[in-house]
Write a protein that binds this ligand. Structure first.
Ligand code: NAD
Length: 337
């Protein structure tokens, strides 16, 4: 088992790691109950496995409707209501078992219920394994924008079992792949080469992608500087999602186009080598994350405005000088055209 150490908790990664989850849940105590937030897809596909490996611990399960719409105030209150009805107390453990929607929502519930209860994550999508469940950000969406309500909540542990990905639909898998390519581009040339050679998702590649996020978050847990590097491709990625009302492009696809827009701006500003842009374009085409004609910055600039990354003195924008060398520069809106 690979164990990556965060400041206060471990991230455990291995195929079939789920078999070891009982030891983590018991944690030297005599737990008889555990509370699980999941969604209806994951419940149907994988809850039985969790029940089996945790037996005889009793699972109290709250299952939400799959999808981003569930990262809402109303679902959050509903989940909290169900947990309270089931008898959750301050010293119970709450597990988020699902994709990023579930881990963001369950983590947020754990952060605020009784002013904080113990939380752990078992992410089941590629995006949640390499991104959403790492770094302690939790949250829900408001009508005014995504992730506007949230908290930093350190889990007790994160267990990543790539075996869960076997049931993942292709279009969900590809979203995670985009974040892996992003991680590789900002910090890990070896991972970039591995993904370029073959986009099959392996335990080794997941470990490397998690390590990129881990090391950046360790340096800057509250996103005052380095952690912004993880937003590479996301300024335009979010603008693309917003303009199309989160319907036309999935998050990963929007980020892929966003990375190309960021690199194109970098080329025009003399920061990014043109050969690097061409190489990444080919990789993203090969993985089917993008197709030509590409999306244009000019069509999306006006949709950047309300992004949380916009600060009072300008926009922190991430450029790529080389693979593994991302830089943060403050730009004005007009620089982005
Ligand atoms: N907290 C963070 O740092 C952070 C970082 C990145 C993204 N996020 C958040 O993550 C969310 C997106 O996460 P996501 O892409 O995992 O989406 P998701 O949670 O909506 O999952 C996508 C779909 O896959 C299904 N699914 C989950 N596991 C499965 C499995 N093993 N087999 C088959 N189907 C499965 C789900 O039911 C859902 O239909 C967004 O809300 C985003 O804001 C958070």
């Amino acid at each position: 088992m690979t164990t990556l150490r965060m400041k206060t908790y471990d991230i455990l990664i291995e195929n079939h790691a789920i078999e070891a989850v009982k030891r983590l849940v018991e944690d030297g105590s005599n737990r008889k109950d555990v509370f699980v937030v999941t969604d209806n897809h994951v419940k149907a596909l994988h809850l039985e496995t969790l029940r089996r490996v945790l037996d005889p611990i009793h699972l109290h399960v709250v299952s939400i409707t799959p999808g981003e719409a569930s990262k809402s105030v109303s679902t959050m209150l509903d989940v909290i209501g169900q947990l309270l009805t089931m008898g959750i107390k301050r010293d119970h453990l709450l597990i988020g078992f699902g994709g990023g929607v579930v881990t963001d929502l369950a983590g947020f519930v754990a952060a605020i219920l009784y002013r904080g209860i113990t939380y752990a994550a078992i992410p089941t999508t590629l995006l949640a394994q390499v991104d959403a469940s790492i770094g302690s950000k939790t949250g829900i969406d408001l009508a005014q924008g995504k992730n506007l309500l949230g908290a930093f909540k350190d889990p007790a542990w994160v267990l990543i079992d790539p075996m869960f990905l076997e049931t993942l639909p292709k279009e969900v898998r590809i979203d995670g792949l985009a974040e892996m390519i992003k991680a590789a581009l900002i910090a890990d040339p070896v991972l970039y080469q591995m993904l370029k050679d073959d986009d099959e998702i392996t335990e080794k590649k997941i470990i490397r992608a998690v390590e990129v996020k881990r090391s950046i978050v360790m340096k800057d847990p509250y996103e005052t500087h380095e952690r912004m590097l993880l937003n590479f491709g996301h300024t335009f990625g979010h603008a693309i999602e917003r303009k199309h009302h989160y319907e036309t492009y999935t998050h990963g696809v929007a980020v892929a186009y966003g990375m190309l827009i960021a690199m194109d701006l970098g080329v025009r500003q003399g920061i990014t080598p043109k050969a690097l842009y061409d190489d990444v374009l080919n990789t993203l085409k090969k993985t089917k994350l993008v197709t030509e004609p590409l999306l244009l910055a000019s069509d999306y600039v006006s949709h950047i405005g309300f992004d949380k990354k916009q600060l009072s003195d300008g926009l922190r924008f991430i450029f790529l000088e080389d693979i593994g060398q991302a830089v943060i520069k403050t730009v004005r809106m007009e620089d982005l055209l």
